[in-house]
Ligand binder design. Structure first.
Ligand code: 5GP
Length: 118
């Protein structure tokens, strides 16, 4: 039996999180340790450790995750300026091995993106 990832446990409501959006393919939550005034995580329900583990069959899901990132950016009024980050692999800073897209925006802050940690 494989152990559920942290994000699967959040999706299954075993661990609390601010849920901002959900549909049949993914969920969007606030990051617990935000690196910018807006820091959301777009997470597929189907766990995939890294982006580089995606197969051709995952292309529609990957496109959907991108669309959702834009949609939640619109819903939070940051669609004019946001960053989308995927850390792939430990050496790239990935700490949770369940694919997720970081949506980062500096709404209401003077901080520039170059000062953000991600
Ligand atoms: P990574 O470093 O893998 O690209 O990103 C993992 C992200 O998950 C980090 O930004 C981290 O703050 C966030 N994170 C880790 N544990 C939790 C948690 O329990 N709840 C939430 N909402 N975010 C988490």
């Amino acid at each position: 039996m494989t152990t559920a990832t942290l994000f699967t446990r959040i999706i299954n409501r075993e661990i609390p999180a601010d849920i901002l959006y959900q549909d049949d393919q993914c969920i969007v939550i606030n990051d617990i340790a935000p690196q910018a005034p807006v820091h959301m995580l777009v997470i597929p329900r189907q766990p995939m450790p890294r982006l580089s583990d995606a197969s051709q069959d995952d292309r529609a899901l990957l496109g959907h995750l991108m669309w959702v990132a834009g949609e939640v950016a619109r819903q939070h009024g940051v669609d004019d300026a946001f960053r989308l980050v995927v850390n792939n692999g430990e050496d790239a800073g990935q700490t949770v091995f369940h694919l997720h897209l970081h949506v980062l925006a500096n709404k209401g802050s003077d901080q520039t993106f170059s000062e953000a940690n991600l």
